[in-house]
Write a protein that binds this ligand. Structure first.
Ligand code: APR
Length: 387
């Protein structure tokens, strides 16, 4: 088995396979330190934690992760909080930085005897329609190589080799939401004991705790804004303005240690299997970060695929691999639908024309329903934490 990419998708898949004695190699373009320090998502849904626990992959997050179950909306019409872990299915999130999860997954994978090649970039997957697919690779020193396996799992993200190797006719459902966020990592303790979502005429602002001294913030910005366009002072002023710090209390400021610009985009590829090549995680579909679903979907898909491959490779039962795409797509589309709903809840056009005014009034009505309707809150909680 060849797995492309050592993110949450590739490492969960590799761990489950190796634990069941299936020979597996992970090919990762980056070096180990890069993979273990790359700051990404941090909110794990209850179902994700259960999958990780079932496969003995939850020790670090049980020890260091923090249970989280509240979000706070700050809007044109006031502030409200939802204790979502007491609503819907009653599930909380676990906050655990993705780089720590990846570090744990990697350590367990190596302990279980898994093989990994860092600095090895997959260039193309060939002969995916045969039972001996081949992966062309380029090593860090520029040498070329070739790996053969019964199956290849493309867990190499949106710009990886798996996506580039798909046959003509693969359907890509795609949506550009027309919204851009400046994602910030600040060396500052969280300012709220909740995920904060603020809507403001200047645009959206978000607050998400990561650790006791690191906080993630988001600021909506114009498409095309360079990551370094705004000074730290301007960033904090803008965060405080949009989060209405004057009314609800100042933010705890700190050094901005990382910035990235994210255009909110979603896509889903269909099908997720092409002969011997499977798509998993971001390679299978991109989901906008508004509802923190990306890593959770990646873990779910990896576990579905792992069990399908185990049945096929150890018992000759191919039903799971044959139905992999059909099993994953409904989960992916439900997550996409919720994420899309969240984008509509948190962003509106900035113009003063009739259409923009109409859209923004609908958005405020949607927030009012969420503030006042218990059934709407249950629906929100179930989808916010679920995958
Ligand atoms: N060859 C080998 N490795 C590659 C290649 C390639 N051609 N291209 C990319 N990679 C590696 C990247 O360096 C990265 O380590 O594949 C890995 C993909 O990992 P992620 O991007 O974390 O994707 P995935 O495992 O699908 O996790 C998905 O996690 O942070 C969340 O929101 C994020 O939705 C994303 C989710």
């Amino acid at each position: 088995m060849v797995v492309l990419g050592a993110g949450p998708a590739g490492l969960v898949l590799g761990n489950i396979l190796v634990d069941r004695g299936i020979d597996c190699v992970v090919l990762e373009r980056a070096e180990r330190t890069h993979v273990q320090t790359r700051a990404r998502a941090g909110f794990l849904a209850a179902g994700t934690v259960r999958i990780l626990a079932r496969h003995g992959l939850d020790e670090g997050l049980r020890r260091h992760g923090r249970t989280h179950g509240t979000c706070e909306f700050r809007t044109e019409d006031g502030r409200f909080r939802l204790d979502y872990s007491g609503l819907g299915q009653g599930d909380p999130h676990t906050v655990y930085p993705q780089q720590d999860l990846v570090t744990d997954l990697l350590a367990r994978y190596l302990e279980r005897g898994g093989r990994i090649r860092f600095g090895t970039e997959a260039v193309a997957v060939r002969a995916a329609d045969s039972d001996r697919p081949e992966v062309d690779v380029r090593e860090a020193d520029g040498r070329s190589g070739l790996w053969r396996a019964r199956y290849v799992a493309g867990c190499d993200g949106r710009h990886g080799a798996a996506r580039r190797s798909l046959p003509a006719g693969t359907v890509r459902h795609h949506r550009d939401h027309g919204v851009t966020w400046l994602g910030l990592l600040a060396e500052a303790p969280p300012s709220l004991d909740a995920v904060g979502y603020a809507t403001h005429e200047h645009g959206f602002a978000g607050h998400m705790a990561r650790t006791s001294d690191i906080t993630r913030y988001y600021l909506q910005c114009e498409r095309g804004t360079p990551a370094d366009a705004w000074s730290e002072e301007y960033i904090w002023d803008e965060l405080e303005l949009r989060m209405r710090a004057r009314e609800y209390g100042p933010l705890r400021r700190g050094r901005v240690v990382h910035r990235s610009v994210v255009d909110l985009e979603s896509d889903v590829l269909e099908p997720l299997r092409h002969g011997a090549l499977f798509l998993v995680g971001d390679a299978a579909g991109l989901i906008s970060p508004s509802a923190a679903k990306g890593a959770n979907l990646a873990v779910l898909e990896a576990s579905i695929l792992a069990h399908a491959l185990i049945d096929d490779l150890t018992a000759g039962d191919s039903e799971g691999v044959d139905t992999y795409s059909a099993r994953c797509l409904p989960h992916i589309w439900r997550a996409q639908e919720f994420s899309h709903w969240m984008i509509g809840l948190l962003h509106g056009p900035s113009g003063a024309d009739g259409e923009s005014l109409f859209h923004n009034s609908l958005r405020r009505a949607r927030l009012t329903s969420l503030r006042t309707s218990r059934s709407q809150q249950d629906w929100f909680a179930e989808h916010y934490v679920g995958v």
